[in-house]
Design a protein. Structure first.
Length: 209
């Protein structure tokens, strides 16, 4: 039985409905990856979450364009496709709640630290690509050139991160530290962009800490 998304106090809030004894290291990322694979979806888990968050920031989450994009060319069975759509919609709802809370509990959905740095770096790039795509769904309605300096800089940096890759034969402490710093930058930056673009959705006291 697949997992579902619900408040879990922090992070992306993924809760496993029932234990999966055959899986030794189930994480939110691997759970969504498996759901997408069963549905035959082309997009990976990181790109999906990035697209969801971009659509949320653009105010386009009520439109089904982001979901249609993520499910485009999916070739799974009807049951697998239905499950995947349900999981993606639940992911959207949970991500919206975390971003609206404004308490920095939001975090990008990425592979855990046991995954190789090259794979994590690639996933972070895919996350940023997805975010930029989701943001772009608003088209000209979203005046990105009018963003405050800090928010505009975050957006430009995410474009560079989306194209970055890992160079090197082995993971080093310096590389790990750099990756952690970039993930944190993206995490805080997305919250900043959301609050800049969707101020009406924030609670009166919602501020970055």
């Amino acid at each position: 039985m697949p997992g579902h998304w619900e408040p879990a106090g922090a992070g992306v809030g993924y809760v496993q409905s029932t234990p999966a004894p055959t899986r030794m290291s189930s994480t939110p990322f691997t759970d969504l990856t498996e759901t997408l694979a069963r549905a035959g979806a082309v997009s990976g888990a990181a790109e999906c979450h990035g697209t969801v968050c971009g659509a949320l920031s653009a105010g386009m989450d009520g439109d089904d364009a982001w979901l249609a994009h993520l499910m485009d060319e999916a070739s799974g069975t009807d049951a697998a496709l239905k499950t995947c759509r349900r999981e993606l919609l639940a992911l959207r709802d949970m991500s919206r709640r975390l971003l609206q809370a404004g308490t920095l509990e939001f975090t990008p959905l990425l592979p855990d630290d046991e995954t190789g740095l090259a794979e994590r770096t690639a996933a972070l790039g895919e996350w940023c690509q997805g975010f930029l795509y989701g943001l772009g769904l608003a088209g000209e309605r979203l005046k990105l050139d009018a963003l405050a300096d800090e928010a505009g800089e975050v957006l430009r940096d995410m474009g560079q991160i989306a194209q970055a890759g890992f160079e090197g034969d082995a993971d080093s402490d310096e590389d790990e530290a750099a990756y952690t710093e970039i993930v944190e930058y993206v995490r805080v930056g997305v919250q900043l962009l959301y609050e800049e673009l969707q101020p009406a959705s924030m609670p009166p006291s919602g501020t970055l800490h």
